[in-house]
Design a protein around this ligand. Structure first.
Ligand code: BTN
Length: 332
């Protein structure tokens, strides 16, 4: 197991790494690092030791200083933190090589008092959880599997649309990082041409009408090949690599998602869907389509015509207009 915690927003390790990466990985003297980054030589020494423990191959020459030879292919806090444009999200990062479920760990951390914005991420999950008791297949080195702890001081019903907001953040981020246009599928999926690219699982704990914590878990198929999906999912799922025919950096995509989600979360927490509904509708795979909504044993068929201010879907059929807070949608 690999576990690491980010040392602070602009921890010296992230800055040192960025510096060593500049200028084609030349040898950089300790004095140059300390003067350019405004840190002590002891900080330089400690950070280099930390980076080497994380798996960075850094050559040390007594006379010349430090040279970065190679970086590990891992979702390390120091990589995630480098130039991250967030205020609160990912201020603390717990990164694992292998874990049961990031949602499960995030819930335990939330119960132990970890603050809003804490990020839990893993390279692979052995018990990745999906909605409705399903599994989330999480092969190593392929996808993004992460959970964020949020603590909005609001009643749960004010946050009912949060998975849709997270979906919109993923749609925006994928477009910015890759140019690929995706859509949200109410209430918690991201699709590309009707195939599933990402799923969101929101779990929350509340007391006397006020949220204690929420955990927003996101699973995104980034560099999966068709054979990386179980047979049963191969026709229904896709990945950015299958769509764009190339590998994408998971770290870069994650940074875009964190930035967009933080902005959208602040907006949603303050104003509900007031400023977001136009974009939500524009990016929806369901609006104006005939759908079947399954809620337990009940099935409702009709045209999806909108999403109301509480994040509920509005369906039009012979019975008129009806809104529903949750359910499983099939496109017809
Ligand atoms: C779904 O579409 O059913 C939701 C899938 C959510 C999967 C993510 S992966 C990271 C986080 N940890 C989990 O165990 N599940 C979520």
């Amino acid at each position: 197991m690999f576990e690491s915690v980010r040392e602070g927003k602009t921890g010296p390790s992230a800055n040192i790494l960025a510096y060593l990466r500049k200028d084609n990985n030349r040898f950089v003297a300790s004095k140059e690092l300390s003067e350019s980054l405004n840190i002590t030589c002891q900080h330089v020494y400690d950070s280099i030791a930390y980076l080497r423990r994380c798996g960075y191959n850094i050559e040390i020459s007594r006379g010349d200083g430090y040279k970065l030879i190679s970086s590990p292919d891992m979702l390390l806090p120091v990589e995630i933190a480098a130039n991250l444009a967030c205020r609160k999200f990912a201020e603390r990062i717990f990164s694992y090589k292998t874990i049961g479920s990031t949602n499960m760990v995030a819930q335990n951390l939330a119960r132990s008092g970890m603050p809003e914005g804490t990020l839990v991420i893993a390279d692979t999950q052995t018990k990745g959880r999906g909605r409705l008791g399903r599994k989330w297949h999480s092969p190593p080195g392929k996808g993004l599997y992460f959970s964020l702890i949020l603590r909005p001081e609001l009643p749960p019903e004010k946050m009912a649309g949060l998975s849709l907001v997270a979906g919109l953040a993923i749609v925006r981020a994928i477009s910015q990082a890759t140019g690929i246009k995706t859509q949200t599928k109410w209430p918690n999926d991201v699709l590309f041409k009707s195939k599933k690219l990402a799923g969101i699982l929101v779990e929350l704990a509340a007391e006397v009408g006020k949220i204690d914590y929420m955990v927003v878990g996101c699973g995104i198929n980034v560099n999966h090949l068709r054979k990386d999906f179980p047979l049963s999912l191969q026709r229904k799922s896709t990945s950015l690599k299958i769509i764009g025919k190339k590998e994408y950096s998971r770290i870069v995509l994650l940074q875009y998602i964190l930035r967009e989600f933080e902005k959208l979360y602040d907006n949603y927490r303050g104003h509900g869907f007031k400023y977001l509904s136009v974009e939500i509708i524009q990016n929806s795979a369901l609006i104006d389509k005939r759908i079947t909504l399954t809620i337990g044993k009940e099935k409702i068929t009709g045209k999806a015509v909108g999403i109301d201010n509480s994040g509920h879907i509005i369906i039009k059929n012979k019975k008129g207009l009806m809104t529903y807070p949750a359910g499983e949608v099939t496109l017809r």
